[in-house]
Design a protein around this ligand. Sequence first.
Ligand code: ADP
Length: 288
Amino acid sequence: MNLKITDLSKTYSNGLKALSNVNIEIGSGMFGLLGPNGAGKSSLMRTIATLQEADSGSIMLGDLDVLKHKDEVRKVLGYLPQDFGFYPKVSAWDMINHFAILKGISNPRERKEICEALLNQTNLFDARKRNIGDYSGGMRQRFGIAQALLGNPKLIIVDEPTAGLDPMERNRFHNLLSEIGENIIVILSTHIVEDVRNLCSNMVIMNQGTVLLSGKPAQAIEDMKGKIWMKLIDKEELEAHKANHRVISTKVVEGKIQIHVYHASQPDASFIPLIADLEDVYFATITN
Ligand code: ADP
């Protein structure tokens, strides 16, 4: 099944254009929606999740018109929003059971089986009696995925899921996501380039409500080949370099500044060629 977004636009009542003629086609597997804060990712996710209206454009999930048939979409959608509200004093077991009832799983035996399976899949079964308020950030996110998986969704949307997780929790969460992404559409919205590099077979990079690049991360990296150059400079030299070159990123390294420059050929002999990574693609795209 495909999710096809066509000419989607949204301007908020304060005049801010959050989405501007967005066109994206997404097949099954993990899809990365990458962009800095304010790019419009959450606006797009909320629109796909039927939580907010667009001004114009269309979203089709297979034959289903997402903007028109919201109830139908909600039956096949799992959503893990950026700020997932929890009742901290409720156990994971009671909470997932409650969500399952809301999803319409009315047979108690069937509900018990499904909830057990989901808590097992997300590695929370042994902690099911603990209150969610006592969970770590990673456990909460895994619980968020467990509830998003209720009702066998065809499409799962996760918004900034790894922000604030420690490396081990993040890794665990990645493994869980890629397992899920084998069969259904999973849209991962994030500003963390590495998450997309590790997990997603396709992606778009957005900024200021516009899709700037779409394709496969590996191909986007390949297309940058021979165009990213590195130089270590002193802090005082930065402004001059910015004036003369397209500096796409800067990083402090042992008191010096390492700059990455986008240029079709070696700017001069003082620049060292780099093997581009997705971060270079990202910065070159959003600073263009
Ligand atoms: P992202 O998820 O990529 O950080 P958002 O979709 O949250 O981006 O925001 C895109 C832009 O729209 C931002 O400039 C944000 O301030 C603005 N915005 C988001 N929600 C609203 C809203 N409800 N009303 C007005 N402006 C909003």
